[in-house]
Ligand binder design. Sequence first.
Ligand code: GTP
Ligand code: MG
Length: 204
Amino acid sequence: MKVHHADIVISAVDKKQYPETDIPEIALAGRSNVGKSSFINTLLERKNLARTSSKPGKTQTLNFYLIENSFHFVDVPGYGYAKVSKTERAKWGKMIETYLTQRSQLRAVISLIDVRHAPSKEDVQMYEFLKYYDIPVIVVATKADKIPRGKWNKHESMIKKSLNFDGNDHFILFSSETKQGKEQAWSVIEAYLELPADDAGNKE
Ligand SMILES: Nc1nc2c(ncn2[C@@H]2O[C@H](COP(=O)(O)OP(=O)(O)OP(=O)(O)O)[C@@H](O)[C@H]2O)c(=O)[nH]1
Ligand SMILES: [Mg+2]
């Protein structure tokens, strides 16, 4: 998809603040610093629409981005950020859980995992949570540019094994640096969005 229009609609904390539309949504989940905001920017070909930072914990709210007036990307705050109090963590959990389990517009969750490391306990918990609620998952292994090509397969197998990966889900090796996986990500996202035929004309 070639994106011409993309804008942040709202940074929401509470359910009451979610946009009151019924257009489909794709949410992004993953540990802090894994590259969620970078993924959005790469797909939209924008430098910094979704704010990125080398400092973890940059995204603190559910950020709804309206794309081509046809769907929302929802950037979800990262988990696993050490410098967060117990109370804040509980608040975060409630916010994510409410969104993931109650938002009927949600079509799929992109679960981002750093390709270099074994999935963390929280990565596994997130995947299990999504499977439990029957939410389609697209696993995106980020920062592929940081490991040599010859090791990609080994890392993919290691991640799938730790997650107990369901073969019906998609797995995409991705890099915001090299744009690897960008077209594959779009085609999977478009399939989940099931946009009306009019919008399919925007395809690259
Ligand atoms: N080499 C490389 N660096 C990346 C890639 N994706 C993200 N980064 C870097 O990783 C850091 C974190 O990226 P963000 O996109 O802000 O991560 P995030 O998941 O949105 O983080 P939070 O908002 O804190 O949850 C930034 O310094 C990015 O430049 C990638 O594919 N390759
Ligand atoms: Mg972010």
